[in-house]
Design a binder for this molecule. Sequence first.
Ligand code: DWN
Length: 395
Amino acid sequence: MKIKFLNLGKQPITNSFLKNVDKKTINKEFFYNLSVGFDKKSYLVSLMKHVDPKKQFTDQYAHRASQSRTMRKSFKEIASKLKKRFKPRKCLEIGSNDGVFIKNFKKNQVVAVEPCTNLAKITQAAGYKTYGKFWNEKIALKIKKLHGQFDLIFSANTISHIPNLEEVFKSVSFDLKEKGVFVFEDPYIGSVILNNSYDQFYDEHVHLFSLISISKIISKSNLKVFDVEITKNHGGSIRFYVSRVDSNFKETKRLKLLKFKEIKQGLHKFKTYKKFSSRVSKSKKDLVELLKTLKIKNKKIISYGATYKSATIFNYCDIGTDLIDYVVDTTTNKQGKFTPGKHIPILSPEIGFDNSVDYAFLGAWNFKKEIKDKEKDFLKRGGKFIVHVPKVKII
Ligand code: DWN
């Protein structure tokens, strides 16, 4: 049973960037209550109540995984690492977005599944067989029938978005060869607790994983985690290496070490999450205070990166155009729209990131290094970034 430890209040769907903010559009905007709970039995951290995936993963999906240099490089590196270690001949990707991972493979080697049909069309047009479907038993069985089983099944930032994990893993077991490997990565709850990055909770992040939770849940589908990595992706992600339970893969040293670390961090205890929730309240207070102080001094503050994460922050902290003038983002299909819930305009960096900006809140704090490298002129002329992780501060 899940016990609630965090309430982030009334929130919109993070992918629902608004085309305009007239009364009719605003009145139709969908909101739900975002609260998060801990399951004492499975150790899994999940939303208390999830949103209907059909409302989220539509043919208007905005996020493009290949927008950042950091992620293009990371996907290239993991693809090459997996090819070297497992030598897969046939691969399946669950949640292929705009193809940032599969483009590192030959077209006839890969099958992709992506429920957002605007994205599925991109990879299909590029020559990769892509099913515009949600990952479930039905599509897994269809793919098995048409393509056989796979040496490698890969997924990044997708499994944590699917409410029914037992069905996810059972479906994987249908499509995985006997000696095959399933590798998946998602934001890591251990990093969220450490960095106070509460903005990793939003409608799409139905769960945030730990090794101890996934090891328990996956065993029900006759699968086992034999290796694990903590990566820097998205401010701290966990990458699981999974095989059939009776495979020859042995548990690695780093897996044993991480289990020990998670217990030391208290990821199996409710009180760890309760303490985190007090730190989240303080973060909200500190951020609002800082923005208000700067505004009183007539400073122009914008936000950098129209991230889904920042929708959680702006709605939870009640930050609107009174504090943030606008948001800049390189994604063309976000530009000219308004952020979900708080309706802050989104501009291209070419238009919005000009000499009038004094402070830029890093909505895309997970790309801090990439953005600081890119925006040297802003820093040189005295512009400053604001972050909220691990603490609210000006950098
Ligand atoms: O899991 C998910 C992650 C991987 O992506 C999804 N559920 C949705 C989405 O979440 P997000 O919006 O929080 O992700 P990002 O990758 O942190 O978004 C970064 C945003 O910032 C993108 O819209 C691109 C933009 N950006 C920019 O405008 N200039 C990024 C960089 C690096 C830049 O220089």
